[in-house]
Design a protein around this ligand. Sequence first.
Ligand code: DX5
Ligand code: ZN
Length: 234
Amino acid sequence: MFDRIRISPSILSSDFMNLEKEVASCEAAGADWLHVDVMDGHFVPNLTIGVPVEAQLKKIAHLPLDVHLMISNPLVQLPWFLECEPDVATIHWEALDATDPDSQAREAIRLMHEAGTRAGIALKPDTPVDCLRETIAQWDMVLVMSVFPGFSGQSYLPESADRVGEVARLAEEAGAAPLIQVDGGMNAQTVRFVAARGADVIVVGNGFFKAPDRAEAAKSIRAAAEAAQDVRGR
Ligand code: DX5
Ligand code: ZN
């Protein structure tokens, strides 16, 4: 909790015809990670990026790859995505087999760690945070979705700040300190609410790629987040 702020631009909002230039612009703008939104047209209605594009990104990017897997049956395809050696891979809790999600979660964490990848778990806005009670200490990152996954450009859901606080509390109770990521509708205004409650990795799609000056956008989001952390005390 209250780790340094990391900005992770979501390339879903970038110009896919110029992906290499867009990645370079993230680096030039001072981003920390590169967020890759994988959607399978089943877990979410949208279809986006798959393994071949992730592999290309791995070749050209100097920033850590932060792969957000919005896919059904994540254990089946996870090994393919891990072959590209992302720095962080995040699966969705709701995509795990509801009869025994904890053991599926542990298996996913094992696969990720074996590949040298940090293990992330994402929660949709209406999934109770308490589902992580058994495994919270084993995740390296918890992603609190601040929109329903599927599309960029949606508005931030205000109840997300309380959910970040709940994750931080659950982690603290377990003696754990996973990174807390927030994804959806982030900008220099909305980031304040979640950073004040313990979010330290901020995904930004439209708020970064559609900004007139991307370096300025990254800078102002980081500054707003750090100021909000300071109010609570680090
Ligand atoms: C939504 C994706 C987000 C999205 C963020 O399902 O996971 O990463 O691209 O885009 P903005 O910041 O525009 O909401
Ligand atoms: Zn995402």
